[in-house]
Design a protein around this ligand. Sequence first.
Ligand code: ATP
Ligand code: MG
Length: 561
Amino acid sequence: MEEAEEIFKEFKEHSVAEFFKKNRQMLGYSGKIRSLTTVIHEYVTNALDACEEAGILPELEVTITQLGNDHYRITSKDNGPGIPKKHMGKVFAQMLAGTKFHRFIQQRGQQGIGCTGCTMFAQITSGKPTHVETNTGKGKTYIADIMIDVKRNSATINNEKEIESPERGTKIIAEYKNIAFTRGDYGAGEYIRRTAIANPHAKIIFKDPNNQRFVYERAVSVLPARPTPGKPHPKGLDVDDLVSYAHSSQERTLKTFLVKSFDRMSGAKAGELEKKTGLDFKRKPGSINWEEAEKIVAAIKETSFLAPSTKELKPMKEKQIREAILNVLDPEFYSIKSRAPATYRGGVPFIIEVGLAYGGNSGKKANGDTRTEIMRFANRTPLLFDSGSCVITKVVNELDWKRYKLKDLENIPLSIIVNMTSTYIPYTSAGKTAISNESDVYREVQLAIMECARDIKRYLSGKRKKHERRTRKQTLVRYVPEISRALEDLTGKKKSDLELKFMEIINKKYGDISLNGEEPKEEEHKPMQEDRRLQGIEAAQEDLKKMQEEQEAKENEDLED
Ligand SMILES: Nc1ncnc2c1ncn2[C@@H]1O[C@H](COP(=O)(O)OP(=O)(O)OP(=O)(O)O)[C@@H](O)[C@H]1O
Ligand SMILES: [Mg+2]
C-alpha cells in the first residue's frame, strides 16, 4: 500500500497540448527542413479550406524571410473569410479545436490541431507569440499576439487592437528557430509548386528566403464544386461512436435519430434493425446504453445497406489534372484515369484519380539523370514526407512494371500523380503526410495506375514500331543514289528521275514515317485519293532534297578533310 501511495504521488494529468509538445514529431516537427515545410503546409491548407468553404477564389501569399542561422520569419496571407474575434484563441492556441473534425466533409484539415501546432512550435523554438491580423469583411481588422498556455491547452492573447480596414482575410506572422529552408524535393518551394499543380483555381505568390518570387497564376477561374457535408455510413460505425452520437442527439426517438444521422438509413432499414435487436426504437436516443448499442451495431453488420453516397466527394476531375500535367510537365504522352467512388473500412467513401505523364519534363531530374517521380496528393494537398509508409508508394513499388514495358523505374522520365479524395483521409499519423495501407485504397490505386500504365505501354510499343520502320526507311533511302547511278549507266535513264521514282516507291510504303523523326502533324480531314498521290510525290521530293543536301554536306566535309 505504502509503495502505491509513493508511486502515485507523481500521478498527474496533462493536457493534449503538453502531449503534442513532447511528441511534436507526430505533428511533423522533426528535422529542420520538414519542420519548415510543415508550418507552410498548415497555413496553406487552412487558407485554401477557408476560401473554398466561403466560396472565395483563393489568393495566397507566403513569404519566408531568413533572420539568422536556422531562424526564419514566416508570413501567410489569404483573402479568405477571416476568423471571428471570439474564436481566435481557440483557432491559434487550443489543440483539438476547429470547425472540421465533427463533420463528414471533404476538406484538407480534419483534426483541429494544425494551426495551434504552429503557434506552439513557434513559441517553443523562438519564444515569440504568433501575430495575427484578421478581417471578416465588416470593415474592421482585429490584431493580436497569441501564445499558448501549454499546461491548460488554452490561449494567452496580448496587444489586442482593432483598426478600420476594408480588406478581408487573414494574415499570420510567426518566428521560428531550428528550422531550415531548402530548394529540394522536401522544401517549402516544392510544396507550394505541387499545391499549385493540384489547385489551378488558386493564385499563389511565394517569396523564398533568397528573395526569389514565384507567382503561380490562376489557370482556372472557377472554384471547384463546393463539398457538402455527408453523413456517416452505418457500416463504418463502431459502438463507441454510436453511443456518443446518440447521447448528443436532440431527436425524440431512437428511430428518427438513426434515420436522420446516418447515410442510407431509411425508415424501413431502421425498422429492420428494431426487429433484429428486439429494442424499443421509440425511446429517446440518449437512453441507450453500451450493451444496446452493441446490439444495434451487430444488427447493422447483418443488414445490407446501399453503398455510401458519394455526392459529397469532389475529385479534381480529368480536365484539371490534364491542365496541371500539360502546364507543368509538358509530357510527350500522358494518361489520366479516375476510378468510380469506393469505400474503405466499410463506410468511408473515396475516389482515386491517377495521371501518368511520360517524357517532356516528367520525372525527377537529378545529376543529369531522369527518374520516375511519385506525386502524392490527398484532397489536393501534396504529401511530401514519409513516402515509404504511404499506400501509394507501396503500390508503385509492388507493381510489375515490366508488364508495361517500363522496366527500370529508376531511369524512366515518368511522373505518377495520385490524388485521393475523401471525407476522411486515413493518414498514418497526425503529421498527415502518408496514407495508411487500407486494402480498399490499395486496390483502387493499383487499378488506376495499371489502367494508365496500359496506355503508356501501348504508346511506347507504337513508338518502338515507328522507330524500326524509320530505320528501315533510312537504310533504303541511303541506297537510292548509288542504285540510281548504276541504273543510269545501265539504262541511260536520267539519274534524278530514277531517284525520284525510287523515293516514290519507298514513300508509298513508309509515307507515315519521316526521315528525321519529326512526324507530320495529323490532318483533321482525310485527303482525297488524288491528293494523297500528289502528297506522296511531294513528300518523296522533299525527302530527296534532304538526302541530296546531306550528301552534299558530306562531300564538302570529305573535301575539307
Ligand atoms: N486562414 C484561416 N481562415 C479562416 N479560418 C481559419 C484559418 N485558419 C484556420 N481557421 C479555422 O481554424 C480552425 C482550426 O485550424 P487547424 O488548422 O488547427 O485545424 P483544422 O484545419 O480544422 O484541422 P487540421 O488539424 O487537420 O489542420 C479551422 O477548423 C478553421 O475553422
Ligand atoms: Mg488545418
